[in-house]
Design a protein around this ligand. Sequence first.
Ligand code: GUN
Length: 319
Amino acid sequence: MGERRQTFGQGVVMTAVILDGRKLAEEIKGKIKKEVELFKKDGIEPCLSTILVSNDPASKIYVNIKHKNCEEVGIKSKNFQFPEDTKQEELIKFIGKLNEDKSVHGILLQLPLPKQIDENKAISAISPEKDVDGLHPVNMGKLIRGESSIIPCTPFGIQQLLIKNGYDPSGKHVVICGRSNIVGKPLAALLIQKKYGANATVTLCHTGTKNLSYFTKQADILVVAIGSPKTITANMVKEEAIVIDVGINKIPDPNTKSGYRLVGDVDFDTVKEKAGAITPVPGGVGPLTVVMLLYNTLLTASLQTDHELSYDLKNLFEH
Ligand code: GUN
């Protein structure tokens, strides 16, 4: 954990511990790389396929980051790019082909999808055993029942960021802002389980919540995934709260070369003066999300082969 106490003259100013997602992600990647070598010794080459049905530059960047990380740990990966006007049947047919392909262990359908494609139908077409995002109804159903499942990458990454930094959610009040299928809902399902790294009291806030700050001020752990820049300000946060910022928003900044910069959903500069710990954007939750995707790819590879994940790797995430 970082140093919290800074002394200025006579007074003592407390600023939040900065939760360094990049550092933790690199540590976990080292262990994943070793596991990939064990797969290869067994004659198995773990392989992730991504599908991108979009020309959106941000989505392209996210997909490229995933492939770069796969390469770093020795996981084979391939992207399949589809045009924006792809028909739903065509996409589902292609997913079916990847489901049948024994050399592909994990399938990731990058979101969001163009409006002519029904997201639920497309995700449901992925074989649950290859669903590295953990968004298939079978995997989401298992998650809410507390059965062993593939856990969606961002919630899984948030849980690891908390545990590995010494912030066990057990008995704590976790307030989540945002009810998306990809973050808010599965994170709530994960943290309410009667298990190590969970066992929290969870409040899920959303656009229908009246008086949002009434809830956020009660959070021991506040997770924000609303997609709105710098919306959570210091007056909405309890003293010493642990603040997890999932947002990635592009805002104009004439002082940068590109003319913009990335900020979270939390007003970092003011909230860090009040919180006990806070994730930066970028470099907080993002790197953990990618690393959990790498882990999920190995998990799916183990589900489809007779290679069992080593005790060392499983023990890193399960207790
Ligand atoms: N778009 C933004 N985040 C994600 C993610 O974690 N998985 C997928 N499939 N699409 C995304």
